[in-house]
Design a protein around this ligand. Structure first.
Ligand SMILES: [Zn+2]
Length: 390
Protein backbone atom coordinates (compact mmCIF):
# COMPACT_ATOMS: atom_id res chain seq x y z
CA UNK A 1 0.00 0.00 0.00
CA UNK A 2 1.26 3.47 -0.85
CA UNK A 3 2.62 5.44 2.11
CA UNK A 4 1.08 8.90 2.27
CA UNK A 5 3.17 9.89 5.29
CA UNK A 6 1.59 11.69 8.21
CA UNK A 7 -1.91 13.05 7.76
CA UNK A 8 -3.16 15.98 9.78
CA UNK A 9 -6.57 17.58 10.09
CA UNK A 10 -7.18 20.95 8.47
CA UNK A 11 -6.71 24.00 10.68
CA UNK A 12 -9.80 25.64 9.21
CA UNK A 13 -11.55 26.18 5.91
CA UNK A 14 -9.18 25.48 3.01
CA UNK A 15 -9.10 28.22 0.35
CA UNK A 16 -6.87 29.15 -2.59
CA UNK A 17 -4.28 31.74 -1.49
CA UNK A 18 -5.16 35.42 -1.85
CA UNK A 19 -3.59 37.74 -4.42
CA UNK A 20 -3.93 41.55 -4.23
CA UNK A 21 -4.18 43.09 -7.71
CA UNK A 22 -3.36 46.64 -6.60
CA UNK A 23 -1.43 47.82 -3.56
CA UNK A 24 1.31 50.31 -2.65
CA UNK A 25 4.19 48.77 -0.68
CA UNK A 26 5.66 52.12 0.39
CA UNK A 27 2.31 53.19 1.89
CA UNK A 28 2.12 50.15 4.17
CA UNK A 29 3.44 52.15 7.18
CA UNK A 30 0.63 54.73 6.71
CA UNK A 31 -2.19 52.33 5.81
CA UNK A 32 -5.54 53.82 6.76
CA UNK A 33 -3.98 57.28 7.19
CA UNK A 34 -4.19 58.40 3.55
CA UNK A 35 -6.55 61.27 4.34
CA UNK A 36 -5.49 61.94 7.94
CA UNK A 37 -5.79 65.65 8.79
CA UNK A 38 -7.82 66.45 5.66
CA UNK A 39 -11.30 67.99 5.73
CA UNK A 40 -14.25 65.93 4.48
CA UNK A 41 -14.80 68.39 1.65
CA UNK A 42 -11.86 70.14 0.03
CA UNK A 43 -11.51 72.19 -3.14
CA UNK A 44 -8.96 69.77 -4.61
CA UNK A 45 -10.65 66.56 -3.43
CA UNK A 46 -9.45 64.18 -0.71
CA UNK A 47 -7.40 62.06 -3.11
CA UNK A 48 -5.16 64.86 -4.41
CA UNK A 49 -4.77 66.51 -1.00
CA UNK A 50 -4.05 63.17 0.71
CA UNK A 51 -1.31 62.41 -1.79
CA UNK A 52 0.45 65.71 -1.06
CA UNK A 53 0.00 65.76 2.70
CA UNK A 54 0.48 62.12 3.71
CA UNK A 55 1.47 59.84 0.83
CA UNK A 56 4.33 61.62 -0.92
CA UNK A 57 6.28 62.18 2.34
CA UNK A 58 5.90 58.46 3.21
CA UNK A 59 7.11 57.43 -0.24
CA UNK A 60 10.09 59.80 -0.10
CA UNK A 61 11.32 58.01 3.05
CA UNK A 62 11.98 54.97 0.84
CA UNK A 63 14.73 56.91 -0.97
CA UNK A 64 16.81 55.61 1.96
CA UNK A 65 17.55 51.94 1.11
CA UNK A 66 17.61 50.85 4.76
CA UNK A 67 14.18 52.33 5.32
CA UNK A 68 12.92 50.82 2.03
CA UNK A 69 14.14 47.36 3.03
CA UNK A 70 12.36 47.53 6.39
CA UNK A 71 9.12 48.69 4.74
CA UNK A 72 9.27 45.84 2.19
CA UNK A 73 10.01 43.16 4.82
CA UNK A 74 7.18 44.41 7.08
CA UNK A 75 4.83 44.41 4.07
CA UNK A 76 5.83 40.82 3.23
CA UNK A 77 5.30 39.57 6.80
CA UNK A 78 1.94 41.36 7.11
CA UNK A 79 0.58 40.13 3.77
CA UNK A 80 1.61 36.53 4.48
CA UNK A 81 -0.07 36.44 7.88
CA UNK A 82 -3.26 37.52 6.10
CA UNK A 83 -2.92 34.75 3.51
CA UNK A 84 -1.88 37.07 0.67
CA UNK A 85 0.93 35.40 -1.28
CA UNK A 86 1.38 37.83 -4.15
CA UNK A 87 -0.18 40.26 -6.57
CA UNK A 88 0.70 43.46 -8.35
CA UNK A 89 2.22 46.36 -6.40
CA UNK A 90 3.60 49.88 -6.75
CA UNK A 91 6.93 50.64 -5.04
CA UNK A 92 8.09 54.27 -5.46
CA UNK A 93 9.80 56.38 -8.12
CA UNK A 94 13.16 55.30 -6.69
CA UNK A 95 14.96 52.66 -8.78
CA UNK A 96 16.94 51.23 -5.87
CA UNK A 97 13.80 50.80 -3.72
CA UNK A 98 12.05 49.09 -6.65
CA UNK A 99 15.01 46.76 -7.18
CA UNK A 100 14.92 45.88 -3.47
CA UNK A 101 11.19 45.08 -3.61
CA UNK A 102 11.66 42.81 -6.63
CA UNK A 103 14.59 41.08 -4.89
CA UNK A 104 13.03 40.61 -1.42
CA UNK A 105 9.47 39.69 -2.40
CA UNK A 106 8.79 36.21 -3.80
CA UNK A 107 8.25 35.75 -7.53
CA UNK A 108 4.48 35.77 -6.98
CA UNK A 109 4.68 39.57 -6.69
CA UNK A 110 4.90 41.83 -9.73
CA UNK A 111 6.20 45.32 -8.83
CA UNK A 112 6.38 48.68 -10.57
CA UNK A 113 8.67 51.70 -10.30
CA UNK A 114 6.29 54.66 -10.09
CA UNK A 115 6.62 57.15 -12.96
CA UNK A 116 5.79 60.78 -12.08
CA UNK A 117 7.62 63.50 -14.00
CA UNK A 118 5.32 66.54 -14.04
CA UNK A 119 6.66 69.72 -12.38
CA UNK A 120 3.99 69.64 -9.62
CA UNK A 121 5.57 66.45 -8.20
CA UNK A 122 7.94 67.08 -5.24
CA UNK A 123 11.52 67.12 -6.46
CA UNK A 124 12.64 64.23 -4.27
CA UNK A 125 10.09 61.95 -5.96
CA UNK A 126 10.17 63.35 -9.50
CA UNK A 127 11.25 60.98 -12.28
CA UNK A 128 14.48 62.08 -13.99
CA UNK A 129 13.81 61.99 -17.75
CA UNK A 130 17.52 61.54 -18.42
CA UNK A 131 17.89 58.25 -16.57
CA UNK A 132 14.42 56.69 -16.33
CA UNK A 133 14.43 54.86 -19.66
CA UNK A 134 17.74 53.16 -18.86
CA UNK A 135 16.45 52.25 -15.39
CA UNK A 136 13.29 50.65 -16.79
CA UNK A 137 15.25 48.65 -19.35
CA UNK A 138 17.64 47.43 -16.64
CA UNK A 139 14.75 46.33 -14.37
CA UNK A 140 13.06 44.55 -17.30
CA UNK A 141 16.30 42.78 -18.23
CA UNK A 142 17.02 41.64 -14.66
CA UNK A 143 13.50 40.82 -13.40
CA UNK A 144 11.66 40.05 -16.65
CA UNK A 145 7.90 40.44 -16.60
CA UNK A 146 7.79 40.75 -12.81
CA UNK A 147 8.68 44.40 -13.48
CA UNK A 148 5.55 46.42 -14.24
CA UNK A 149 5.56 49.66 -16.23
CA UNK A 150 3.77 52.00 -13.81
CA UNK A 151 2.16 55.26 -14.90
CA UNK A 152 0.99 56.57 -11.52
CA UNK A 153 -1.91 58.48 -13.09
CA UNK A 154 -2.38 61.13 -15.75
CA UNK A 155 -2.19 64.16 -13.36
CA UNK A 156 1.51 63.46 -12.64
CA UNK A 157 2.84 61.86 -15.85
CA UNK A 158 3.68 63.67 -19.11
CA UNK A 159 2.53 62.40 -22.48
CA UNK A 160 6.16 62.00 -23.59
CA UNK A 161 7.11 59.79 -20.66
CA UNK A 162 3.90 57.71 -20.93
CA UNK A 163 4.52 57.01 -24.62
CA UNK A 164 8.17 56.02 -24.03
CA UNK A 165 7.17 53.79 -21.10
CA UNK A 166 4.43 52.09 -23.15
CA UNK A 167 7.03 51.30 -25.84
CA UNK A 168 9.25 49.59 -23.27
CA UNK A 169 6.27 47.55 -22.04
CA UNK A 170 5.61 46.35 -25.59
CA UNK A 171 9.29 45.60 -26.28
CA UNK A 172 9.72 43.45 -23.15
CA UNK A 173 6.14 42.02 -22.97
CA UNK A 174 5.45 43.67 -19.63
CA UNK A 175 2.25 44.48 -17.78
CA UNK A 176 1.37 48.14 -17.29
CA UNK A 177 -0.63 49.67 -14.43
CA UNK A 178 -2.24 52.96 -13.52
CA UNK A 179 -5.21 54.66 -11.78
CA UNK A 180 -8.29 55.99 -13.58
CA UNK A 181 -11.40 58.02 -12.71
CA UNK A 182 -11.15 57.73 -8.94
CA UNK A 183 -12.56 61.16 -8.01
CA UNK A 184 -14.41 63.94 -9.91
CA UNK A 185 -11.76 66.61 -9.20
CA UNK A 186 -9.03 64.36 -10.64
CA UNK A 187 -11.16 63.70 -13.75
CA UNK A 188 -11.77 67.43 -14.20
CA UNK A 189 -8.06 68.22 -13.89
CA UNK A 190 -7.14 65.65 -16.54
CA UNK A 191 -9.91 66.44 -19.02
CA UNK A 192 -10.16 70.24 -18.72
CA UNK A 193 -6.65 71.35 -17.75
CA UNK A 194 -3.97 68.79 -18.65
CA UNK A 195 -5.34 66.89 -21.65
CA UNK A 196 -8.09 69.03 -23.25
CA UNK A 197 -7.23 67.68 -26.70
CA UNK A 198 -8.18 64.11 -25.73
CA UNK A 199 -11.86 63.02 -25.83
CA UNK A 200 -11.84 61.86 -22.20
CA UNK A 201 -9.63 60.60 -19.34
CA UNK A 202 -9.68 56.96 -20.48
CA UNK A 203 -8.52 57.89 -23.97
CA UNK A 204 -5.32 59.42 -22.50
CA UNK A 205 -4.10 55.95 -21.58
CA UNK A 206 -5.59 54.37 -24.69
CA UNK A 207 -4.09 56.81 -27.21
CA UNK A 208 -0.72 57.00 -25.47
CA UNK A 209 -0.29 53.22 -25.74
CA UNK A 210 -0.64 52.08 -22.13
CA UNK A 211 -3.48 49.72 -23.08
CA UNK A 212 -1.39 48.08 -25.83
CA UNK A 213 -0.01 45.82 -23.08
CA UNK A 214 -2.09 44.01 -20.44
CA UNK A 215 -2.96 46.96 -18.21
CA UNK A 216 -4.22 46.82 -14.61
CA UNK A 217 -6.31 49.91 -13.95
CA UNK A 218 -7.39 50.81 -10.44
CA UNK A 219 -10.83 52.27 -9.58
CA UNK A 220 -12.86 53.24 -12.73
CA UNK A 221 -15.53 54.85 -10.53
CA UNK A 222 -16.49 57.92 -12.62
CA UNK A 223 -16.68 56.48 -16.14
CA UNK A 224 -18.90 57.78 -18.95
CA UNK A 225 -20.48 55.46 -21.52
CA UNK A 226 -17.86 56.50 -24.10
CA UNK A 227 -15.11 55.64 -21.64
CA UNK A 228 -16.60 52.22 -20.88
CA UNK A 229 -16.68 51.61 -24.67
CA UNK A 230 -12.98 52.43 -25.04
CA UNK A 231 -12.06 50.49 -21.94
CA UNK A 232 -13.98 47.33 -22.84
CA UNK A 233 -12.54 47.28 -26.38
CA UNK A 234 -8.99 47.73 -25.07
CA UNK A 235 -8.99 44.56 -22.96
CA UNK A 236 -7.70 46.44 -19.93
CA UNK A 237 -8.31 44.94 -16.48
CA UNK A 238 -9.87 46.60 -13.44
CA UNK A 239 -8.42 46.44 -9.93
CA UNK A 240 -11.60 47.02 -7.93
CA UNK A 241 -10.87 48.63 -4.54
CA UNK A 242 -14.15 48.99 -2.58
CA UNK A 243 -12.46 49.85 0.75
CA UNK A 244 -10.33 52.58 -0.78
CA UNK A 245 -13.30 53.98 -2.74
CA UNK A 246 -15.43 54.08 0.41
CA UNK A 247 -12.85 55.54 2.81
CA UNK A 248 -11.61 58.21 0.40
CA UNK A 249 -15.19 59.16 -0.50
CA UNK A 250 -14.62 58.31 -4.16
CA UNK A 251 -17.94 56.56 -4.87
CA UNK A 252 -18.93 53.08 -6.03
CA UNK A 253 -17.72 51.33 -9.16
CA UNK A 254 -20.60 50.18 -11.39
CA UNK A 255 -20.23 46.41 -10.92
CA UNK A 256 -23.15 45.51 -13.19
CA UNK A 257 -21.63 47.54 -16.05
CA UNK A 258 -18.27 45.78 -15.63
CA UNK A 259 -19.86 42.33 -15.69
CA UNK A 260 -22.27 43.17 -18.52
CA UNK A 261 -19.35 44.28 -20.67
CA UNK A 262 -17.30 41.18 -19.71
CA UNK A 263 -14.42 43.31 -18.42
CA UNK A 264 -11.91 41.30 -16.38
CA UNK A 265 -11.61 42.45 -12.79
CA UNK A 266 -10.25 41.39 -9.40
CA UNK A 267 -10.39 42.79 -5.89
CA UNK A 268 -7.57 44.87 -4.42
CA UNK A 269 -6.84 46.71 -1.18
CA UNK A 270 -5.08 49.82 -2.55
CA UNK A 271 -3.11 50.06 0.72
CA UNK A 272 -2.48 52.70 2.11
CA UNK A 273 -6.00 53.96 1.30
CA UNK A 274 -7.15 50.77 3.04
CA UNK A 275 -6.22 50.29 6.70
CA UNK A 276 -5.43 46.58 6.21
CA UNK A 277 -3.80 44.23 3.71
CA UNK A 278 -6.55 41.66 4.45
CA UNK A 279 -8.34 40.38 1.37
CA UNK A 280 -10.97 38.83 3.66
CA UNK A 281 -11.77 42.40 4.78
CA UNK A 282 -11.85 43.48 1.11
CA UNK A 283 -14.34 40.67 0.39
CA UNK A 284 -16.47 41.93 3.29
CA UNK A 285 -16.32 45.49 1.97
CA UNK A 286 -17.22 44.38 -1.57
CA UNK A 287 -20.35 42.70 -0.19
CA UNK A 288 -21.15 45.77 1.94
CA UNK A 289 -20.83 48.47 -0.75
CA UNK A 290 -22.70 46.54 -3.44
CA UNK A 291 -25.40 45.13 -1.12
CA UNK A 292 -28.86 45.80 -2.58
CA UNK A 293 -27.30 47.40 -5.68
CA UNK A 294 -25.93 44.45 -7.61
CA UNK A 295 -27.10 40.86 -7.74
CA UNK A 296 -23.53 39.83 -8.60
CA UNK A 297 -22.20 40.75 -5.14
CA UNK A 298 -22.19 37.28 -3.60
CA UNK A 299 -19.60 35.72 -1.25
CA UNK A 300 -18.52 33.18 -3.90
CA UNK A 301 -18.06 35.92 -6.54
CA UNK A 302 -15.97 37.94 -4.05
CA UNK A 303 -13.81 34.97 -3.08
CA UNK A 304 -13.17 34.14 -6.73
CA UNK A 305 -12.16 37.77 -7.42
CA UNK A 306 -9.67 37.68 -4.55
CA UNK A 307 -8.04 34.34 -5.45
CA UNK A 308 -8.37 32.54 -8.78
CA UNK A 309 -9.36 35.59 -10.85
CA UNK A 310 -6.20 37.60 -10.02
CA UNK A 311 -4.11 34.43 -10.39
CA UNK A 312 -5.44 34.09 -13.93
CA UNK A 313 -5.14 37.82 -14.73
CA UNK A 314 -1.51 37.89 -13.55
CA UNK A 315 -0.75 34.70 -15.54
CA UNK A 316 0.36 32.95 -12.37
CA UNK A 317 -1.65 29.71 -12.60
CA UNK A 318 1.44 27.54 -13.13
CA UNK A 319 3.53 29.63 -10.73
CA UNK A 320 1.13 29.67 -7.77
CA UNK A 321 -0.52 26.31 -8.42
CA UNK A 322 -3.48 25.19 -6.35
CA UNK A 323 -5.15 21.91 -5.58
CA UNK A 324 -5.12 20.53 -9.11
CA UNK A 325 -3.27 17.26 -9.76
CA UNK A 326 0.05 17.97 -11.42
CA UNK A 327 0.33 21.51 -10.04
CA UNK A 328 2.28 22.63 -6.96
CA UNK A 329 0.01 22.64 -3.88
CA UNK A 330 -0.88 26.14 -2.68
CA UNK A 331 -3.65 26.84 -0.20
CA UNK A 332 -4.47 28.65 3.02
CA UNK A 333 -6.32 27.45 6.13
CA UNK A 334 -8.68 29.95 7.74
CA UNK A 335 -10.49 29.66 11.07
CA UNK A 336 -14.20 30.60 10.76
CA UNK A 337 -15.41 33.45 12.97
CA UNK A 338 -19.02 32.33 13.07
CA UNK A 339 -20.60 28.91 13.41
CA UNK A 340 -21.63 27.62 10.04
CA UNK A 341 -23.23 24.20 10.21
CA UNK A 342 -24.57 24.55 6.69
CA UNK A 343 -22.81 22.98 3.72
CA UNK A 344 -23.84 26.00 1.66
CA UNK A 345 -20.71 27.59 0.12
CA UNK A 346 -22.06 31.16 0.36
CA UNK A 347 -22.71 30.78 4.10
CA UNK A 348 -19.36 29.09 4.64
CA UNK A 349 -17.48 32.00 2.97
CA UNK A 350 -19.58 34.55 4.88
CA UNK A 351 -18.58 32.84 8.15
CA UNK A 352 -14.94 33.83 7.52
CA UNK A 353 -15.57 37.58 7.34
CA UNK A 354 -14.84 39.69 10.37
CA UNK A 355 -17.41 42.21 11.63
CA UNK A 356 -14.56 44.70 11.92
CA UNK A 357 -13.39 45.40 8.38
CA UNK A 358 -10.89 48.10 9.39
CA UNK A 359 -9.07 45.84 11.83
CA UNK A 360 -10.06 42.26 11.00
CA UNK A 361 -9.29 39.36 13.33
CA UNK A 362 -6.19 37.35 12.40
CA UNK A 363 -7.81 34.07 11.36
CA UNK A 364 -5.37 32.69 8.79
CA UNK A 365 -3.77 29.68 10.50
CA UNK A 366 -1.39 28.49 7.83
CA UNK A 367 -0.24 29.43 4.35
CA UNK A 368 1.20 26.80 2.01
CA UNK A 369 2.82 28.03 -1.18
CA UNK A 370 4.07 25.47 -3.76
CA UNK A 371 4.05 22.72 -1.14
CA UNK A 372 6.02 24.73 1.42
CA UNK A 373 4.60 26.27 4.59
CA UNK A 374 5.45 30.00 4.42
CA UNK A 375 3.36 31.17 7.38
CA UNK A 376 2.00 29.43 10.44
CA UNK A 377 0.07 31.18 13.20
CA UNK A 378 2.09 29.23 15.79
CA UNK A 379 5.46 30.47 14.58
CA UNK A 380 7.22 32.25 17.38
CA UNK A 381 8.82 35.60 16.76
CA UNK A 382 8.25 37.70 13.67
CA UNK A 383 6.51 35.94 10.85
CA UNK A 384 9.42 35.81 8.49
CA UNK A 385 8.88 34.40 5.03
CA UNK A 386 10.93 31.32 5.90
CA UNK A 387 10.01 31.05 9.59
CA UNK A 388 7.46 28.25 9.26
CA UNK A 389 7.89 24.96 11.06
CA UNK A 390 7.97 22.01 8.69
ZN1 LIG B 1 -3.56 52.96 -5.76
Amino acid sequence: MRDFGSIRTSRGVILPPFLDLHTHISQHPIRGKFTEGIEQTTSEGRLLEGLKRNVYPAEALCNDPNRAEKVIRDFLADTLRHGVVGGCAYMTSNVQATRLALTILPDTWRVGMVLMDRPEVPENLRTDPGSVIGQMIELAEVFGDRFVVTDRFAPVVSKTLRRSAAKIARRFNLFTQTHLNEQPSEKLLVEKVLYPDYPNYTSVYHRDGLFDSPCIVAHCVHMTTDEWDVFARSGAIIAHCPTSNLLLGSGRMDLDEVIRRKIQYALATDVGASPTVSMLAEIGRFLQVHAGRSAYATPSEALYRATLAPQDILRMNALVGGLTIGQPASFIEVKPLKNSSSDNAEECIASLISDSLDDPALTVQQVTLRGRCVFSADSTGPNEYTACPT
